[in-house]
Design a protein around this ligand. Structure first.
Ligand code: GDP
Length: 204
């Protein structure tokens, strides 16, 4: 099925064990300002959906969405879900709080059953940061399935695009073809990402 992903907000939480069970889930993670909210809005047909995750008090929580209006199944499990994880790298936050979020994100990534794919957002304009590379190494270390999506494709000049694509892939220690490039502003790669998400969630 083509077209936008119809995402409905389910809940916010900070305890992985209290999240409702699901059949398949895709999680989106990235440092703050990478373009996560813009991307969630672009892939869904709800223009201000990501604002839900950005309301005060929710930016540091696990924000769960259900997809394409799939109802609860008879066994009470949600069928297909998208988890918007808190942005990492709030430099301004006290160290003990940062450690708390990191633990929550790691617990989620290690313990969430039916986690089908982690989308790791990397800013295409500036390339992977040290924190992005740490996240990728950590995911690799635990064999957690993940895909790098490079944001802000439109901010890279066409004359430098080939080199930038090579550099971003190299920085993430990936092949160029493994990085999905998107622009939420121009719509580049958005349909492809929607299809990928549907396939990861077994909706196609
Ligand atoms: P978040 O903190 O990860 O949720 O990031 P936002 O979605 O709020 O985006 C951070 C900044 O990058 C904002 O100023 C956005 O307008 C800008 N931005 C996000 N995506 C794009 C994009 O595809 N192209 C351009 N040019 N700017 C973008």
């Amino acid at each position: 099925m083509a077209g936008p992903l119809s995402l409905e907000f389910v809940l916010s939480g900070d305890h992985v064990e209290r999240l409702p069970p699901t059949v398949a889930e895709v999680a989106i993670v990235g440092r703050s300002n990478v373009g996560k909210s813009s991307l969630v809005n672009a892939i869904s047909n709800r223009k201000k959906l990501a604002n839900v995750s950005n309301t005060p008090g929710r930016t540091r929580l696990l924000n769960l969405f259900s997809l394409d209006g799939k109802p609860d199944r008879s066994d009470g499990r949600l069928k297909a879900t998208v988890m918007d994880l808190p942005g990492y790298g709030y430099a301004a936050a006290p160290k003990h709080m940062r450690a708390g979020w990191q633990e929550m994100i790691e617990t989620y990534l290690l313990e969430r059953e039916q986690l089908a794919m982690v989308i790791v957002l990397v800013d295409g304009e500036i390339g992977p940061t040290k924190l992005d590379v740490q996240m990728l190494d950590w995911l690799r270390g635990y064999d957690i399935p993940h895909t790098v999506v490079a944001t802000k494709h439109d901010k890279v000049k066409s004359s430098t695009r080939q080199r930038r694509k090579r550099d971003v892939a190299e920085g993430c220690r990936l092949e160029q073809g493994d990085v999905v490039w998107v622009s939420s502003v121009k719509g580049v790669g958005i349909d492809r990402l929607r299809s990928l998400i549907r396939s990861w969630l077994d909706l196609v």
